[in-house]
Design a protein around this ligand. Structure first.
Ligand SMILES: [Cu+2]
Length: 296
């Protein structure tokens, strides 16, 4: 017994002293996140957690008190009744009241999660084996987002690169999704091959990307920064190699970035139109030449 107590004491002491171990404690909980919804979900989670803790403390307190006070060695005599309608009503009604009280704020948050009205930007996210495509639906901008080069090089068999030396290993992409700070962004999620799932923990949101279906969610990020996530639905061989990276930038910076993307796209379209008409002219020229040659 003494050894057990000593081992327990040593364990507790280690937990208290070891600061690296302490640093991990916050990781045990949900993240507060950076969006209106993530904060609300976190608040709800903490509320329900403390309700559960209070119930557990009350139930265990009564149990331990009863076991200790009414034990046989103290001369307790068992009760002889085997049914009590009053007790049954009490232990049914009280939990029902608690559950309904918890369901009210939970339902409010659920309704809010589903409400995509009044969004200021719509981004369509399409999952592919094994990358993401982002389309700014009303702005005509779209691109693919794939695993960043350094991570991709390090992950190869016998690459000789220590993954620990790669910054944000497997959590970095070549082109992140750029969104404006403080604006309501509606996300339409689908997939082109198998089921994927788009997940950014700091936004408190995860939605399946299913071929043939369009799922919907929204977020409004209050803080600028880079937020990382992963595909959360086992989607095949490279499931672990299609991270999600979202960069939240100030709204004016976003507008400038969008204009830049649109003009780059326009230039690209102009180039391909010119190329196509040149090709057409060339084809017409060679056709004329052929006709002339045939006539001769
Ligand atoms: Cu996937």
């Amino acid at each position: 017994m003494k050894t057990v107590i000593r081992a327990l004491a040593a364990g507790v002491a280690l937990m208290l002293i070891g600061s690296p171990a302490m640093a991990g404690w916050s990781d045990l909980n949900l993240r507060v996140g950076v969006t209106e919804l993530s904060r609300e979900i976190y608040g709800l989670h903490m509320l329900i957690l403390w309700v559960c803790v209070a119930i557990a403390v009350a139930v265990f307190a009564v149990m331990i008190y009863s076991i200790a006070t009414f034990r046989k060695s103290k001369g307790a005599i068992p009760a002889t009744f085997d049914h009590s309608t009053k007790a049954e009503i009490i232990w049914t009604v009280i939990p029902v009241i608690i559950l309904v009280a918890m369901a009210i704020p939970a339902a409010k948050t659920l309704v809010k999660i589903e409400d995509t009205r009044g969004s200021e930007l719509t981004v369509k996210v399409t999952g592919y084996q094994w990358k993401w495509q982002y389309e700014y639906v009303d702005e005509g901008v779209s691109f693919f987002s794939t695993l960043a080069g350094p991570s991709n090089a390090a992950r190869q068999l016998d690459s000789g690169v220590d993954p620990g030396s790669v910054e944000n290993y497997l959590l970095d992409v070549d082109k992140p999704l750029i969104v404006p700070q403080g604006r309501k962004v509606r996300v339409l999620i689908t997939a082109n091959d198998v089921i994927h799932s788009w997940w950014v923990p700091d936004f408190g949101m995860k939605k399946d990307a299913i071929p043939g279906f369009i799922n919907e969610m929204w977020f409004r990020a209050d803080e600028t920064g880079t937020y990382r996530g992963q595909c959360a639905e086992l989607c095949g061989r490279d499931h672990g190699f299609m991270p999600v990276v979202v960069e939240v930038v100030p709204a004016d910076e976003f507008d400038a970035w969008l204009l830049e993307q649109q003009s780059a796209r326009r230039a690209e379209t102009d180039r391909s139109t010119t190329r196509a008409s040149l090709d057409r002219n060339e084809a017409a020229d060679s056709e004329t030449a052929l006709r002339v040659a045939n006539a001769e």
